[in-house]
Design a binder for this molecule. Sequence first.
Ligand SMILES: [Zn+2]
Length: 298
Amino acid sequence: MTGFMDGKVFRVGVLAVCSLLAMGAAAWEYRFVPVEVTSASAEAGEASGQEARWYVLADDGLDNLRLPDVRTPVFDSRTLSERRQLGLPTQLPPIAEAHTDHVAYLTFDDGPDEKNTPVILDILKTYGVPATFYVTGKMAQKNPEVLRRIFAEHHAIGNHSYDHVYKNLYPNPQNFLAEMEKTDEIIYGILGVRPFILRAPGGSWGMFTPAYGPMLVENGYVEHDWNVSSQDAAGGKRSAAELVANVDAQTDRVKNAIILMHSTTGKDSTAAALPAIIELLVRKGFTFGVMSPATPHP
Ligand SMILES: [Zn+2]
């Protein structure tokens, strides 16, 4: 099974490189990485007909992360502790923010759960839309197959702490960093790669002191909050129509839309609203991208 899948990866990869070179996108270095295909993720991939299992993998020197395509996730093959042990850089080189206009970044926090995340993945597959899942270490440990499916279906994955407990995360930057590293190790243990991107639980506004910024830079993490909230985590049960209306009202005057949603059990309205949210954004002229270290900050 794995050899067969690897063969498909290789063929798809060659085609993708040729078309990218033809488009003059040579500055963005793609690398093709055979994903360790488990039976569950292979079945998911085969069922969807999705064959492209590739993404950008950082070099040991972190020097191949220029000008990312907005649809391509970026990962590291080393954990931070490995980088320190091997004397490799942990700090990213300067990465220019992508000059994008009307790109919508669908982001789903707090998963992966076993109920709504698969429904959300099915909808994204139907529409051919990529998204970003900011996962917690605790949920990744609980639902590793769902995390593998997110990865195999070409979505981006970001770090969202181990268990989302503010009192453990926000006394000081060292606590925050330790929890991010713990979560990276869990993601790495499941996927063999780890993300550079993260989202601070609750958002960095009001949570980070000025000391958090240098800590993130030194360790190569890039934090993104959001500029559009579906308000699916606000108090009380929100209907799908309310969530769609919230996204509609906040996407009239934004250049790019980083849209906050949640993929946790109990957020049934989010999955129910997602088709209408995608259709709304298409009508408004948005295309879709995944979060990366080059995503413009809201
Ligand atoms: Zn959260």
